[in-house]
Write a protein that binds this ligand. Structure first.
Ligand SMILES: Nc1ncnc2c1ncn2[C@@H]1O[C@H](COP(=O)(O)OP(=O)(O)O)[C@@H](O)[C@H]1O
Ligand SMILES: [Mg+2]
Length: 313
């Protein structure tokens, strides 16, 4: 399937970001060496797709307030339409993001208007058969959004590709919602920590087998593993693993690396690249993103081409 649009059903929120020498100990404090506020969450995936030639739209809420205004401004500037009206009573939420010197990021998320999707609000959003629909685990954890999204997915056109990233809260997703969403997923993508939360801390082969059993036969699985080669598989052939090397780079900030990977991957499929080539471009795009300080730092398709030429590929 060649997606013609990425429709993100979920959260765009603010990242309140601080670079720290290390995480504070319990009861302690840290002086940040660098601080800023950027638009993040689902925005990272949307921007990665748009920069790689795939139109994108947000079926998610934003609020009225400083964070909501910022998010709206950045979405508008990126040319990403917002399909739902703003919430007049609540501001958009934020993620407190702590970035350590090796680039690892740790979050504490304060949900706001973006977490309050209801079935009634989603009823006005219709996915097209050639949409890739992106859902993250955050949404499934929220008491309104979780059941609303699961219900809405029941009416998804059969041809639409459901892309699911369980995210850092993978172990907090209600079991029934997780099972229902996995059973409809066409592309499951998750990082090492999330793989361990959902499938145990064993080797990738075991994780793929455990995850494949919960997915439709034609689904694909992508295990992102930071600086190590990613592992991909098809659910009906879980013993055939494809390893996708990751270029060696100096990681400055891994915030949004997985999101960059997913956005580039879906856009590359939309651009007509085959599965192995789309995976390779996603790995390169995400590696470039970690060399850039910020949340929505995915490169353009041209940046990825230039990197590949420079690397002699
Ligand atoms: N240190 C790194 N060096 C090179 N590429 C990286 C590094 N960390 C992440 N990446 C790239 O970003 C992708 C996603 O990062 P990962 O940490 O696995 O996901 P997440 O951002 O969800 O934690 C990796 O598969 C890889 O392509
Ligand atoms: Mg990571």
């Amino acid at each position: 399937m060649r997606p013609a649009r990425l429709l993100l059903v979920g959260s765009v929120l603010a990242d309140v970001r601080m670079a720290v020498p290390s995480l504070p100990e319990r009861g302690g404090d840290r002086l940040a060496t660098r601080t800023d506020v950027q638009t993040g969450g689902g925005f990272n995936v949307l921007v990665a797709a748009v920069r790689n030639g795939l139109p994108a739209a947000l079926a998610g809420r934003h609020g009225v307030g400083p964070f909501g205004a910022r998010v709206r401004q950045d979405l508008d500037a990126a040319g990403i339409p917002v399909l739902l009206d703003p919430d007049p009573d609540t501001d958009t939420g934020f993620s407190l993001t702590l970035i350590e010197p090796d680039g690892e990021r740790t979050f504490v998320t304060s949900p706001g208007a973006e977490s309050m999707l209801t079935g009634a609000r989603l009823a006005g959003v219709s996915a097209r058969p050639d949409d890739a629909v992106y859902v993250s685990g955050y949404e499934l954890c929220y008491p309104d959004s979780g059941p609303a999204i699961a219900g809405w997915l029941d009416g998804l056109p059969e041809e639409a590709l459901l892309v699911f990233d369980p995210g850092p809260v993978a172990d907090e997703i209600p079991a029934d919602l997780l099972a229902a969403v996995l059973a409809r997923t066409g592309l499951l993508t998750l990082n090492r920590r999330e793989t361990a939360l959902l499938a145990g801390a064993g080797d990738p082969a075991g994780a793929v087998r455990a995850l494949a059993a919960r997915l439709p036969a034609r689904a694909r699985i992508v295990l992102r593993r930071g600086s190590r080669a990613s592992v991909a598989a098809e659910a009906d052939r879980p013993d055939r693993l494809v390893r996708v090397p990751v270029p060696a780079v100096v990681a400055l900030d891994t915030t949004g690396a997985g999101d960059a990977h997913t956005g580039v991957l879906v856009a590359a499929l939309g651009a007509g690249y085959d599965w192995p080539e789309a995976l390779r471009r996603a790995g390169v795009g995400a590696a470039i993103s970690v060399t850039r300080y910020g949340s929505a730092t995915a490169p353009t398709a041209a940046d990825i081409d230039a990197f590949e030429v420079a690397a002699g590929n």
